[in-house]
Write a protein that binds this ligand. Structure first.
Ligand code: HEM
Length: 239
């Protein structure tokens, strides 16, 4: 009779390959976040230059010092350049968020009770972000919202860029001018998000630093994909 190999006898107790514990914001997420910030800067600045050429609101022209591109044509070139970075990086971020379970873990669930409590705290200036590992209900809504708006601005952008090739998609929006307006409103929503988001990041400097350094390592979260339940891990205070 042949002797079973040690390997086959002890699968459960075989030493697991040591994995580095995950950080609050893993490296791929940080890279994608900052690439996105640069891409958004290019997209908005160049988009404003293109908009100036054919304004939607008669009273709204963006001053030259704030736009990207000396002429509308240059603005367009910048816009197309930023579009690839924003689009590809966005696809990578969505895939990462779904595949690692980060979206499920960080952005869900959103409970009505939690929303009221967070808004109440904010109105009484008692909103804190002591535990960086957990997003409050308003943060969850803002992040989910900006992700959805990001998807919509790409879809409407595609319809504006290639109205013939994407004619069936464009038809959903009932015309070119409607698509322009939705694209513009998405931009306005993203600008509003950035104003709130950057203000909050500066008000809680440790959250800003964590988005650069990765923040604390997370106990019980060696890899987000391995986390069994959507429970937010707590920072490892022993580190
Ligand atoms: C210079 C500009 C920006 C700064 C300083 C900044 C800063 C930060 C910080 C500090 C966090 C972590 C928040 C926390 O721990 O509470 C964060 C997360 C996030 N930011 Fe930004 N951000 C910027 C631009 C943007 C832009 C332009 C977008 C999208 C349009 C964006 C979308 C997000 C999202 C979705 C998250 C959550 C990421 C996740 O946990 O999966 N940020 N940002």
């Amino acid at each position: 009779m042949s002797t079973p190999s040690v390997k086959s006898l002890t699968p459960e107790i075989a030493p697991r390959r040591a994995r580095k514990p995950a950080r609050l914001h893993p490296l791929p997420l940080r890279i994608m976040h900052w690439i996105n910030a640069i891409a958004i800067f290019i997209m908005i600045g160049s988009g404003w230059k293109i908009y100036n050429d054919d304004v939607i609101l008669g009273w709204l022209h963006f001053p030259d010092w704030i736009v990207i591109g000396k002429w509308a044509q240059y603005g367009l070139q910048w816009h197309f350049f930023g579009m690839w970075i924003f689009g590809l990086n966005g696809i990578a971020y969505l895939a990462y968020g779904v595949a690692t379970g980060r979206f499920r873990q960080k952005l869900f669930p959103i409970r009505l009770r939690e929303i009221f409590a967070t808004v109440g705290d904010a109105l009484r200036f008692r909103l804190t972000h002591d535990d960086l590992a957990v997003y409050n209900a308003v943060q969850k809504i803002l992040y989910l919202g900006v992700i959805l708006v990001g998807i919509l601005i790409v879809i409407t952008g595609l319809c504006l860029w290639k109205p013939v090739q994407f004619s069936e998609l464009a038809a959903v929006f009932h015309g070119f001018q409607v698509i322009r307006i939705i694209h513009f409103l998405c931009m306005a929503a993203i600008v509003a998000f950035i104003l709130v988001h950057v203000t909050l990041a500066l008000l809680v400097p440790q959250s800003f630093v964590a988005m650069i350094t990765g923040g604390p390592t997370m106990r019980g979260a060696p890899a987000l994909a391995a986390a069994p339940a959507p429970v937010a891990p707590t920072p490892d205070s022993s580190q």
